[in-house]
Design a protein. Structure first.
Length: 123
C-alpha cells in the first residue's frame, strides 16, 4: 500500500473521499488556488478535453509496456473522470454501484442488454 494512504482506507473510501474534495472545490474552490476549481471555471468542454487527453496517455503508456507509467496515467484518468462526474452531479459511488450491479454478469450479456431495443408496449 502507498505510504501516503492510511491503511484504513479502501479503494471505495478513497474514491468517495476524492469525490467529496472535488465537489467541494467545484462549489467553493478558488480558480487561482485550486486546479479543480480552475477546471470547473473553464467549463465542461475543458473538463472533457482533459479526460480525453488522459485516456490517450493511458493508451500510450500501455503500448509502451511501462507498468508504473500506466498506473500513473490511469490515476490521472480516474481523477479527471471524477471531475467530469462532479460536473454532472454524479458521485463516484454511483459508478461503483453500477459496477457492483454488473458483478457476475457476462460482459457479452450485459452489453447485449444495453444494446437491445426497448420492448414494445402493449398499449
Amino acid at each position: 500500500m502507498n505510504q501516503n494512504t492510511p491503511p484504513s482506507l479502501t479503494g471505495n473510501d478513497i474514491l468517495a473521499q476524492l469525490g467529496e474534495v472535488v465537489a467541494q472545490r467545484r462549489d467553493q474552490g478558488e480558480p487561482d488556488k485550486s486546479y479543480v476549481a480552475k477546471l470547473f471555471a473553464k467549463g465542461l468542454d475543458q473538463i472533457l478535453k482533459k479526460v480525453g487527453e488522459e485516456a490517450t496517455e493511458v493508451v500510450i503508456a500501455a503500448k509502451d509496456g511501462d507498468p508504473q507509467k500506466l498506473v500513473y496515467e490511469v490515476a490521472d484518468l480516474w481523477f479527471h473522470s471524477i471531475v467530469a462526474l462532479a460536473a454532472l452531479q454524479v458521485r463516484p459511488e454511483q459508478v461503483l454501484a453500477e459496477l457492483a450491479r454488473r458483478e457476475g454478469l457476462s460482459g457479452l450479456a450485459e452489453f447485449a442488454a444495453r444494446s437491445a431495443p426497448p420492448a414494445a408496449s402493449g398499449t
